[in-house]
Design a protein around this ligand. Structure first.
Ligand SMILES: [Zn+2]
Length: 231
């Protein structure tokens, strides 16, 4: 086989190996990476904590209302119980009841607003919880998928590398050295030639260079320096 064809195939293999190495590195970094899952769980936990605080506030507010209502009841019992007959004392009791009732209205309004807040937070936590469940299922599914892809990918890479070594072994060492240097410098070491033009830099190749390249010997493009390959 002509050297340039071998070099072109070597480059195809190297490109495939690079892509698969990258893919493997990405999968390895994704495997067991709980960052997004932990963030989603943290959102749920903080929502639940907020809900607990609101429920606590609601209990406190309801407790205050109960206290005032029971005070009103006691004071009314004193007022209407018949034991107190002094008009001044009766008037004081009535005044106290009025004050307690207005306090009770105020506290009931506060309690109602905390009840609304609890209901809204409960809805929000339910939504976040359901979102989290979906996210966690998807995360587990992805992790399983990634774990299942890693071994076949490693095996495939090992095969490709073996194939590459075999092919590289058939090419003369100085040519491999040139190829390696060009690949490090330009990523693409071998350029296809189409209709007498280097496809990498779009420069016309001289007739003599084309003739040498056709024989399969490594000829570098006079403009970009890549090894020319005529398919
Ligand atoms: Zn070129």
């Amino acid at each position: 086989m002509e050297t340039t064809r071998q070099l072109y195939q070597l480059q195809e293999l190297d490109i495939e190996i690079d892509q698969k190495e990258q893919s493997l590195a990405q999968k390895n970094s994704q495997l067991g990476n709980r960052e997004t899952l932990d963030a989603a769980r943290e959102k749920l936990t903080s929502g639940q904590k907020h809900l607990d605080e609101l429920k606590h506030q609601r209990r406190d507010a309801e407790g205050l209302v109960d206290d005032v209502l029971s005070k009103i009841k006691n004071t009314e019992q004193q007022l209407y119980g018949g034991k107190v007959t002094n008009p001044k004392e009766l008037s004081n009791l009535q005044h106290e009841i009025n004050t307690l009732k207005s306090k009770s209205d105020e506290l009931q309004n506060k309690a109602l607003s905390t009840i609304d807040l609890v209901e809204a937070a409960e809805k929000s936590v339910a939504a976040v919880s359901s979102e989290f469940k979906t996210f966690e299922e998807e995360w587990n599914r992805q992790q399983q998928q990634i774990a299942g892809e890693i071994e076949p990918l490693k095996a495939n890479l090992a095969e490709l590398k073996q194939e590459r070594e075999q092919l590289a072994g058939q090419i003369e060492a100085p040519v491999i050295a040139l190829y390696t240097k060009l690949r490090q410098q330009k990523k693409q070491a071998v350029a296809r030639v189409e209709r007498g033009i280097c496809r990498s830099c779009r420069i016309s190749i001289s007739a003599s260079a084309l003739q040498r390249a056709r024989s399969g010997q490594p000829v570098q493009c006079s403009s970009c320096g890549r090894i020319l390959y005529i398919s």
